[in-house]
Ligand binder design. Structure first.
Ligand SMILES: [Zn+2]
Length: 308
């Protein structure tokens, strides 16, 4: 009956993972703004804290926060949000896709990339005593992947042999997931430590099911981004996962990544997953026990694989 305690690295240090729902791929603070996209940021602290507080009342225990190096990560901010809301925030390190690679890793060798990430894992991220357990969202813009991205994936694959981490990816509009998984598996990492992201955006469901059959977790993590894919398709894909006996591989989230997605700014908001999408799953006849598996058990099992 009682669940094994799992220790997680939060923005406020190492803690036992609280019981409850876990969002698998979110951002709570980021800056991906560019001259072409000046609004590509998430920095409305009070609005974000209000939404996380609401999530807490809806049963959310933890959020895997996937903002990494080059994305405007700010672990001090994440810590303040965790202390203000009581929701555990699990920060990340690594590199996003090549458009957002810091200059320091452009054309860097695999070994140099390993060093910069290892520094965070060993000495703490943002010079705080926070040692990320998530390497993510490791970005790919493929297929084909950019050569610098391939080097980052290789570096992550090797680091996973030496550190208690899980790995999460950004597959651009769902594409390139198979290449990402192949690279990550090159040095013998168990696929249960890998979450291939944004697969709800990928049109070829057979290929996504294949990634799950190979043992990796699959992110249906852009729920509510209906401009990219209708939620009805997400529901029917989840039904196929269940029919194929692969529901234990799915992890859900919304990937809120700019202020415009906040509810006060007219967006869907973080609670969309629980308040709008879960009722769609229920209406489609998906059993409460399966919904619980998707929201609670799968991300918990994924995080517990960090030590493998
Ligand atoms: Zn993301």
């Amino acid at each position: 009956m009682s669940i094994q305690p799992i220790l997680v690295q939060t923005a406020d240090g190492k803690q036992p993972l609280a019981d409850g729902i876990i969002y698998g791929h979110e951002h709570l603070w980021l800056d991906l703004s560019t001259p072409r996209d000046p609004e590509g940021k998430l920095d409305q602290y009070d609005l974000i804290v209000d939404e996380i507080r609401e999530l807490k009342t809806l049963g959310v225990a933890a959020i895997i926060e996937q903002t990494c190096l080059g994305m405007g990560r700010d672990i001090q901010k994440l810590r303040a949000m965790q202390l203000a809301t009581g929701v555990q925030i699990i920060p990340s390190t690594g590199y996003y896709y090549h458009t957002f690679h810091p200059r320091t890793i452009q054309h860097a060798s695999v070994e140099q990339i390993m060093q910069t990430i290892a520094h965070e894992l060993t000495d703490g991220a943002d010079d705080l005593s926070v040692y990320p357990m998530v390497l993510g969202e490791i970005g790919g813009s493929g297929p084909p992947l950019h050569h610098d991205e391939i080097n980052v994936f290789r570096a992550v694959s090797r680091l996973a042999n030496d550190y208690p981490v899980v790995v999460t990816t950004h597959a651009h509009l769902g594409g390139g997931g198979r290449d990402e998984l192949e690279l990550l598996l090159e040095h013998g990492m168990s696929p249960e430590r890998i979450l291939i992201g944004h697969q709800d955006l990928y049109a070829d469901l057979a290929e996504v099911l294949d990634l799950a059959r190979r043992g990796s977790y699959i992110g249906f993590d852009t729920i509510g981004k209906i401009k990219y894919a209708p939620d009805e398709r997400r529901v029917s894909s989840i039904q196929t996962f269940i029919e194929e006996g692969l529901a234990h591989r799915l992890i859900l989230s919304c990937d809120i990544s700019r202020n415009a997605y906040l509810r006060q700014r007219g967006g869907q908001g973080y609670a969309y997953l629980l308040q709008t999408f879960v009722p769609m799953l229920e209406q489609a006849g998906i059993a409460p026990s399966i919904i619980q598996q998707l929201l609670i058990e799968n991300p918990r099992r994924f995080l517990s694989a960090s030590a493998n």
